[in-house]
Design a binder for this molecule. Structure first.
Ligand code: AMP
Length: 439
C-alpha cells in the first residue's frame, strides 16, 4: 500500500515526500480510506503510530476537494487534551498542508488570548484546540463552531482522564449534529465506548497493535531499590551508561521539580515539565531536550502524553504509574520508528503491587537487576502509595510481604521471575486525575 494508492492528491503527496515518508503506517493505511469515505471513525492508536497524519491527510484532502458549507467559519475542529499535543497536531497540519491554501489556528490556555483572537478573525479552516480555552473563545464570541464539518477527538481517553468530559459535551452542543466525527483513543474503555455511542454514527472501528507493549525493540528492566536511594541510583545509571537523552517519569509535579533540581546539582542538566509550568517554560524545556541541550526531562504522565520526541533512547520510571496502562504509554516513548530503546523502572517495596499489575498486563515478567550498593533493605516495610488511592502496600505486609529475594552482595542479580505473589489480587481501579488542564 502506498500513499498514492490511497488516492491522496499531488499537493499532499508532495508534502509527505518532503517529510521523507515512503509508505503509510498501519493506522494510516486503515484510517485514511475510512475518513476519505466520509465515515465516522473510532480508532485505537497511540502517539507514535502516525495517527496524526492518519486523520490530517484525509482531512486535508476532503477540505481541498469539497467547497465549504459555511463561509468564513472553521470547518474542522481537532480537540486535544494538552497544549503540547495541540501544538504538535497543528504543526503537522501545517506541514502536510504546506502546498494547499488552507488556514489553521491553534488555541490553548496558558498564553495570551489576544493573538489567538486575531488569528481566528483572519479566517480559519482547521482549528486545533484544548477544550478549556476553546470554550473561553466561545464565551467571548471570538469563534463560531456552527460551520464544523469534521470533528476530531484526539487522545479522547486522556481528555476523559483529565476531567474534560463536561467541556467536551459543551463543545458537542455547539457543533452541527450533521458532521463527520473521528475519535482517537489509546484504549477503548467503557467510558470511551459510552462517549462514542452518543457521538459516532455507525463508526468504522480501527485498531492497531500498540507499538510498545510487546515490542521487542524496547528492553525493559526493573531495578529493585529503596525509595531513599532512587535518586542516587538514577544518577549512577545516567553517569555509568552516558545516557544523553532520558525521559524520566515521576508521579507528582512536586516530585518532578525536586528531582530535576537534584539532577542539576549533580551536574546532569535537567528540567521538569508539568501542568504548573508556564507554557513558555514547557516549550523551552521540550526544545532544549530535543536538541540535547538538556540531558533529562522529568515529566508527569499528563505532561508527557503526546510529546512527539522521535527515537528517544531511554525512558526511566522513577516511580511506577498508578495505572498499569500508563506504563505502556510511558515506555512507548522509546524504541520508536524501528529504533531500539530502553525502559528502566526503579521500584521500591511500596510499588510491588503496581509492578505486579503491570506484569499481568504485559503478560510477562520484567527482568530484575539488583545493583551492588543498591540492594533493598529487607527490614523496610511497604507503605501505602502516597496519594492513598491504593493500599496494597499494607495489605502485602499483612499477607506475608512481597519483597524481592534478598540478593547476595557482589555481582548484579538477574532474574526473569515475577515478584512473589502473595499480595491481593489487582488493587482498586486507580483514579488518575491531574490539575494540568489545557486552559
Ligand atoms: P504520531 O503518532 O502522529 O505522533 O506520529 C509519530 C511520528 O511518526 C511523527 O514524528 C511523524 O512525523 C512520524 N510519521 C508519521 N507518519 C509516518 C510515515 N508514514 N512514515 C514515517 N514516519 C511517519
Amino acid at each position: 500500500m502506498s500513499f498514492t494508492e490511497l488516492g491522496l492528491r499531488a499537493e499532499i503527496l508532495r508534502a509527505i515526500a518532503e517529510e521523507g515518508y515512503t509508505e503509510p503506517t498501519p493506522i494510516q493505511a486503515k484510517a485514511i480510506p475510512v475518513v476519505l469515505a466520509g465515515r465516522d471513525l473510532m480508532a485505537a492508536a497511540q502517539t507514535g503510530t502516525g495517527k496524526t497524519a492518519g486523520f490530517t491527510l484525509p482531512i486535508l484532502q476532503l477540505l481541498s476537494t469539497k467547497p465549504a458549507a459555511a463561509r468564513g467559519k472553521p470547518r474542522v475542529l481537532v480537540l486535544t487534551p494538552t497544549r503540547e499535543l495541540a501544538a504538535q497536531v497543528e504543526e503537522s497540519v501545517r506541514t502536510y498542508g504546506h502546498f494547499l491554501p488552507l488556514k489553521t489556528a491553534l488555541v490553548f490556555g496558558g498564553v495570551g488570548i489576544g493573538p489567538q483572537i486575531k488569528a481566528l478573525k483572519g479566517g480559519v479552516d482547521i482549528l486545533v484546540a484544548t477544550p478549556g480555552r476553546l470554550l473561553d473563545h466561545v464565551g467571548q464570541r471570538t469563534v463560531d463552531l456552527s460551520g464544523i464539518e469534521i470533528l476530531v477527538l484526539d487522545e479522547a481517553d486522556r481528555m476523559l482522564d483529565m476531567g474534560f468530559i463536561h467541556d467536551i459535551k459543551k463543545v458537542l452542543a455547539l457543533v452541527p449534529k450533521q458532521k463527520q466525527t473521528l475519535l482517537f483513543s489509546a484504549t477503548f474503555s467503557d467510558e470511551i465506548r459510552g462517549l462514542a455511542n452518543g457521538l459516532l454514527r455507525d463508526p468504522q472501528l480501527v485498531e492497531v497493535a500498540p507499538r510498545n507493549a510487546t515490542a521487542d525493540l524496547v528492553s525493559q528492566r526493573v531495578y529493585p531499590v529503596d525509595k531513599a536511594k532512587k535518586r542516587e541510583l538514577l544518577i549512577k545509571l545516567i553517569d555509568d551508561h552516558h545516557w544523553h537523552q532520558v525521559l524520566v517519569f515521576t508521579r507528582t509535579k512536586h516530585g518532578a521539580n525536586t528531582l530535576a533540581e537534584k539532577l542539576n546539582k549533580a551536574d546532569i542538566s535537567a528540567a521538569a515539565i508539568h501542568g504548573n509550568k508556564s507554557q513558555g517554560a514547557r516549550t523551552r524545556a521540550l526544545a532544549d531536550f530535543k536538541s540535547m541541550k538538556l540531558n533529562v526531562l522529568v515529566a508527569t504522565d499528563i505532561a508527557a502524553r503526546g510529546l512527539d520526541i522521535d527515537q528517544l533512547p531511554h525512558v526511566v520510571n522513577f516511580e511506577l504509574p498508578n495505572v498499569p496502562e500508563d506504563y505502556v504509554h510511558r515506555i512507548g516513548r522509546t524504541g520508536r520508528a524501528g529504533a531500539s530503546g530502553h525502559a528502566v523502572s526503579l521500584v521500591c517495596v511500596d510499588e510491588h503491587g503496581l509492578l505486579r499489575d503491570i506484569e499481568r498486563l504485559l503478560k510477562k515478567p520484567i527482568e530484575k537487576i539488583v545493583l551492588p550498593g543498591f540492594e533493598p533493605d529487607p527490614s523496610i516495610r511497604a507503605e501505602p502509595i502516597e496519594n492513598g488511592k491504593r493500599g496494597q502496600g499494607r495489605q502485602q505486609q499483612r499477607s506475608g510481604g512481597n519483597r524481592p529475594g534478598q540478593p547476595s552482595k557482589g555481582a548484579p542479580q538477574r532474574s526473569g521471575k515475577p515478584p512473589q505473589r502473595g499480595g491481593p489480587a489487582r488493587g482498586n481501579a486507580a483514579q488518575h486525575h491531574s490539575g494540568s488542564r489545557g486552559r
